[in-house]
Write a protein that binds this ligand. Structure first.
Ligand code: GTP
Ligand code: MG
Length: 149
């Protein structure tokens, strides 16, 4: 089973979209193994989005992500990293397909409500940045044989 790091950004929290978005992942059959609401420090924001540090939007991105609490989580499922990226949709919500989370709930790139890891290497790095091993819960879902062949 693969694990992905997913984060509902401050706009999702402030717009009361947490339950709606979590429901999408749960209804798809994915398993939430860690969830926490937290304020991100400027240092953590810069580390998390380090790949963008030379970009013109970097300071705005750090301000946005540290402006209110986020909901950080680890989600588990078969091939879930690419699957969740598909569920999240394009970075620019105006280009995101309808039926994706950004395509249904967001309008602007700088307010696109959710982050998801883009590769196994990013997932590993990001999970370690936000969670200790002891915060990640291992448990079996009783309906796993209904979800997976
Ligand atoms: P994340 O899952 O948040 O990493 O988004 P992504 O992988 O779809 O996009 P990317 O990693 O390229 O960019 C990270 C985040 O920076 C985006 O989700 C946006 O919030 C923000 N961002 C990216 N490009 C722009 C831009 O051109 N302008 C602004 N204001 N923000 C941007
Ligand atoms: Mg990204």
């Amino acid at each position: 089973m693969e694990r992905s790091f997913v984060m509902l950004k401050p706009d999702a929290v402030l717009r009361r979209l947490m339950g709606t978005v979590l429901t999408r992942f749960e209804e798809r059959g994915l398993k939430l193994v860690a969830v926490k609401m937290m304020n991100i420090s400027e240092e953590l924001a810069k580390e998390h989005y380090g790949e963008h540090k030379e970009k013109p939007f970097f300071n705005d991105l750090v301000s946005y992500i540290t402006s209110a609490p986020v909901l950080a989580m680890v989600i588990e499922g078969d091939d879930c990293i690419s699957l969740i990226r598909k569920m999240v949709g394009a970075t620019n919500p105006k280009e995101a397909d309808l039926g994706t989370i950004r395509g249904d709930y967001a309008l602007d790139t700088g307010r696109n409500i959710i982050h998801a890891s883009d590769s196994p290497a990013s997932a590993k790095r990001e999970i370690a940045l936000f969670f200790n091993d002891s915060e990640i819960n291992e448990y079996a879902l009783p309906d796993e044989s209904l979800i997976y062949e």
